[in-house]
Design a binder for this molecule. Sequence first.
Ligand SMILES: CC(C)(COP(=O)(O)OP(=O)(O)OC[C@H]1O[C@@H](n2cnc3c(N)ncnc32)[C@H](O)[C@@H]1OP(=O)(O)O)[C@@H](O)C(=O)NCCC(=O)NCCS
Length: 172
Amino acid sequence: MPRTPAIDIPAPAPLTALTLQQPCPTDATAMWRLVRDARDLDTNSPHFYRLWCRDFAATSVVARDKATLCGFVTGFTRPAQPDTLFMWQAAVAPRWQNIGLARHLLDALAADQYRFVECTVTPDNTASERCVRAFAHKRGAPVRRQPLFSADHFPVPGHAPEVLYRVGPLTR
Ligand SMILES: CC(C)(COP(=O)(O)OP(=O)(O)OC[C@H]1O[C@@H](n2cnc3c(N)ncnc32)[C@H](O)[C@@H]1OP(=O)(O)O)[C@@H](O)C(=O)NCCC(=O)NCCS
């Protein structure tokens, strides 16, 4: 399957060998495996990732080291709010963690086209929270937090509450 063109944004030093692109359906299995092997993430079905790569590629980004998937961010926009990117999942393979890849992926995805970036974070997910705050800090944008879903909104015992983070407005 042909791949989309590389997204050309300057990368921090440890990441210059990586290529950033919109995902294509053949990335779905590697994305699913990355999520399955991560702690702290809901593993959706393989079918979900395949559909996501078909239907939401334009609001998602993957990083590759040659043919190997190193990380991704999936996002979507709500039809009524096209200026807001909702970041659904971010995952980085262990070998590539803690060197700025999640931030770089989010920078590439948000680029200049959105005024707001949103995501939900569970209260125990420090890595995610720091990632969002680091993105906001770099863009000089405020972060607003508010409870979105409490534990009793979910049918699974012990599901953590989801807190909505809204970053923006982002200036160009
Ligand atoms: C969360 C995750 C995507 C971060 O990816 P990453 O490429 O390692 O993150 P970065 O190197 O870009 O770091 C971004 C910020 O998060 C912080 N961070 C990264 N991993 C962290 C950890 N395990 N604990 C605390 N902070 C962490 C970094 O210090 C950095 O903050 P800073 O700029 O204030 O120093 C990655 O750890 C991961 O895949 N985790 C498992 C899945 C997950 O929890 N995803 C998020 C929910 S959608």
